[in-house]
Design a protein around this ligand. Structure first.
Ligand SMILES: NC(=O)c1ccc[n+]([C@@H]2O[C@H](COP(=O)([O-])OP(=O)(O)OC[C@H]3O[C@@H](n4cnc5c(N)ncnc54)[C@H](O)[C@@H]3O)[C@@H](O)[C@H]2O)c1
Length: 282
């Protein structure tokens, strides 16, 4: 195993589904004990069971990441169960308030911030002590390319995820001396239930996502899990305060002008673009 987590203890929030689930399975295969945390009890228990069959024992703890007492209890569970904490992956999220800005209700705005941004703050706040006591470790949060670029009708989510990006930086400054690295991942469009909703929509959404960026396939939860494994492992020991973009090139540049995957457009003919005034000289 290239990125070994043997003997490490990790908490992963939002691990009942999608990229959190993929990360729980990968971290366990890499040798870590994992505490699977989620609001979804059935899904979380199923993932903990599945993970336990792949490597060291994993357990489920029902958690609302927006509630400070739940996050405190989650961190305490990891330490009680496995004796230490090395890795905190703040990954839980919701789409939250979607739609035109003028129609957003304040309570929907607030709940979006509470889950997507306060949840990350609480995860860092309560995990830092035990990770420090373990001699250092890694805190990872899931931001989004919507925390870097604006996206229409996703105002609350864009603001929360931009908050995650910069909270990552300020926390990295504070915790570097404790050998606690703080990074985030900014996924592009990834094929998970947050995007496709009902299982029946999955394949249509996969086709749509496959055309959403230069790399010609849909992003998969395992793409994010492997980025998280890198950041969790000693391979990333000198990486902190970083936002790791995993988006198949969606934010690489002038994507609107790039060839569309599968469109089979011929490339433009070779030419040399010299000084523009020469083009107007007969
Ligand atoms: N899928 C994408 O295209 C995409 C892109 C960028 C960022 N993200 C982010 O990735 C992260 C993971 O999402 P996903 O795509 O795997 O979606 P998902 O819906 O499959 O997984 C998210 C999990 O978070 C859990 N959750 C929601 N609110 C919670 C709360 N208050 N407390 C605890 N758990 C809670 C859900 O029950 C679910 O299991 C989220 O932070 C999301 O915003 C997703």
């Amino acid at each position: 195993m290239m990125y070994d987590l043997s003997g490490r203890v990790a908490i992963i929030t939002g691990a009942a589904s999608g990229m959190g689930r993929a990360s729980a399975l990968l971290f366990t295969r890499a040798g870590a004990h994992v505490v699977v945390a989620d609001l979804n009890t059935d899904g979380g228990e199923a993932v903990a069971l599945e993970a336990s069959q792949l490597g060291p024992r994993a357990v489920f703890q029902r958690t609302d990441v927006a509630e400070e007492s739940d996050v405190e209890a989650l961190v305490a569970r990891a330490v009680d169960e496995f004796g230490r904490l090395d890795i905190m992956f703040n990954n839980a999220g919701i789409g939250g308030a979607v739609g035109p800005l003028e129609q957003i209700r304040v309570e929907d705005w607030d709940r979006t911030q509470a889950v997507c941004l306060r949840g990350v703050f609480l995860g860092i706040k309560h995990a830092a002590g035990p990770i420090r006591a373990a001699g250092g470790g890694s805190i990872i949060s899931t931001a989004s390319i919507a925390g870097i670029d604006g996206f229409p009708n996703l105002h609350a989510y864009c603001a929360a995820k931009a908050g995650v990006v910069n909270l990552t930086r300020s926390a990295a400054l504070e915790f570097g001396r404790d050998r606690i690295r703080v990074n985030c991942i900014a996924p592009g469009g990834i094929l998970t239930p947050i995007v496709y909703g009902a299982e029946a929509n999955r394949s249509a959404v996969e086709d749509m996502l496959a055309r959403g960026q230069p790399y010609p396939r849909a992003g998969q939860p395992e793409d994010i899990a492997s980025a998280a494994l890198f950041l969790a492992s000693d391979a990333a020991q000198f990486v902190t305060g970083h936002t790791l973009v995993v988006d198949g090139g969606a934010t690489a540049g002038a994507v609107a002008l790039a060839p569309k995957p599968g469109a089979n457009q011929p490339p433009p003919p070779r030419r040399f673009a010299g000084p523009s005034f020469e083009q107007n000289t007969p």
